[in-house]
Design a protein around this ligand. Structure first.
Ligand code: ATP
Ligand code: MG
Length: 221
C-alpha cells in the first residue's frame, strides 16, 4: 500500500539517504533500524511531507503521493500519522491533556456531544494503557513515557492507515512497551492498517516487526 522508490536526500554536502526503496503492505509492521544519525527520522519526515526529498517517488494505494516535482497529495496522505521522537513537541505546554485530546475530536468531528466525546477519550486512553487521572494534567506534569502514550493516543484517534512510530515507546519499560504494542496492533493492524516502527533498539524491532529494513546497510553517509 505504501511504496518508496529510489529515495535520496542530502543536507548540504551530507548525503543521508541514497537510492532507498521499500514497500509496506496492509497489515504489516516494517521495522526501520539503524544507529543514531543514520537517517531514520529524516525518512519518517519525508513520508509525512515535512521534509522534501531530492530524488525518488512515494506511492500510496497505487497512486503517486508525491515526488520532488509533484506536491504532496494531502487527501491521499490523510491516513498517515506520526508519533514524534520527542513526545512533548506535539503537545501544547499550556493545554491540559483532556483538552488536547478533546480539541482533536472536535476539530475532526470524531464524536457528537459531550458524552460521546468523553467515551471516546476514555476508549483511546485505554488503548494506550493510561488511566484518566492524566487528563487534568499539563504536559510538564506527566512523565516522558506518559507523554509518548498521549501522543500515540492522539494519532490512534485519527484511525491511521499508516502509523509511523519514531522511537515512540523509548521511555516505557519493557512490560508496558509490550502491552502498548499489543493494543496498537489491535487498533491499527487488525483494521488493515500498517506500522512503520522506527528504532535503534534491535531487540524491540526484532520482537515487534514482521520485516526489518536495516538503514545502516543502506547507509549513504
Ligand atoms: N534539517 C537538517 N539540516 C541539516 N542536517 C540535518 C537536518 N535534519 C537531520 N540532519 C542530519 O541528518 C542526519 C540524519 O538525521 P536523523 O534525525 O534522520 O537521524 P536518526 O537516524 O533519526 O537519528 P536518532 O536515532 O539519533 O534519532 C544527521 O546527521 C543529522 O544531523
Ligand atoms: Mg531520529
Amino acid at each position: 500500500m505504501i511504496e518508496a522508490k529510489s529515495v535520496s536526500k542530502a543536507f548540504g554536502e551530507k548525503e543521508v539517504l541514497s537510492n532507498l526503496s521499500f514497500s509496506l503492505d496492509e497489515g504489516e509492521i516494517l521495522g526501520i533500524y539503524g544507529k543514531s544519525g543514520v537517517g531514520k527520522t529524516t525518512l519518517a519526515k519525508i513520508l509525512c511531507g515535512l521534509v522534501p526529498m531530492d530524488e525518488g517517488e512515494i506511492r500510496m494505494d497505487g497512486k503517486t503521493l508525491f515526488t520532488p516535482t509533484s506536491p504532496y497529495d494531502r487527501e491521499l496522505g490523510r491516513g498517515i500519522q506520526m508519533v514524534y521522537q520527542h513526545p512533548y513537541a506535539s503537545l501544547d505546554p499550556n493545554q491540559k491533556i483532556r483538552s488536547s485530546i478533546s480539541e482533536l475530536i472536535k476539530y475532526h468531528g470524531l464524536a457528537k456531544g459531550k458524552e460521546e466525546t468523553e467515551a471516546l477519550i476514555l476508549k483511546v486512553l485505554s488503548e494506550v494503557n493510561l488511566d484518566e487521572g492524566i487528563l487534568s494534567h499539563l504536559p510538564r506534569q506527566i512523565s516522558g513515557g506518559e507523554a509518548q502514550r498521549v501522543a500515540l493516543a492522539r494519532c490512534l484517534l485519527m484511525k491511521p492507515t499508516l502509523l509511523i512510530m519514531d522511537e515512540a515507546t523509548s521511555m516505557l519499560d519493557v512490560m508496558v512497551q509490550a502491552n502498548v504494542f499489543e493494543l496498537v496492533k489491535k487498533s491499527v493492524i487488525d483494521k488493515g492498517g500498517s506500522i512503520l516502527l522506527i528504532s535503534h533498539d534491535r531487540e524491540l524491532v526484532d520482537y515487534v516487526a514482521d520485516r526489518i529494513l536495516d538503514l545502516e546497510k543502506n547507509w549513504a553517509g
